[in-house]
Design a protein around this ligand. Sequence first.
Ligand code: MN
Length: 224
Amino acid sequence: MSLATYKKKRSPNITPEPFGGKANEENLIFVVQKHAASHLHYDFRLEMDGVLKSWAVPKGPSTDPQTKRLAMMVEDHPYDYRKFEGIIPEGQYGGGTVIVWDEGTFEPIEKMKGKAAQEKSLLKQLKSGSLKIKLKGKKLKGEYALVRTKGMGEHAWLMIKHDDKYADTADITKKDKSVLSKKTLEQVEKTSDNILGEKPEKKSADAKKTVAVKKKLKKKKHSK
Ligand code: MN
């Protein structure tokens, strides 16, 4: 588990995104975030090994087994990201608005008892490039496969709905509200105060202090 890449891309003084968190649920959790960055996309995240394994899905998940969706694997995200809804300031990595489009628990399709055994199996599947999972979300339910695909770069996977009782040809992305705030992306964009770098708030005041301390430390170093 490593969040090094995640941390490298972001500055806690400027973005309201979370930087930590400890897996604390009895079951493995998943989240899908709808993210209006330079290109609108959905971020599909699965808890594994204490972090969120993440894929950017440009067209969003489909409930139709005939519709395979491209999913580009991105850097691991911290566990606390599962509740992140707000605005990443323009000019920052992933600048734009984020809502929690879906959330829930998941497990490998193959039945096995206990989170530890499930994680072990999932990590093995991830490595092999073929994940078979069962989602219990508010929007997404039932079996899905994530399969690494060749010829579209090393990070390209396909997200495919299995044909079960939850398979449906209706476009699930038409359901466009957050499962946390019940707001659409546009509403969050207008009303969110989870934003750093623009509005002064407690978090950013603390962050400013951190910057001041860091600067002092730097000065000290240089004066030696
Ligand atoms: Mn994203």
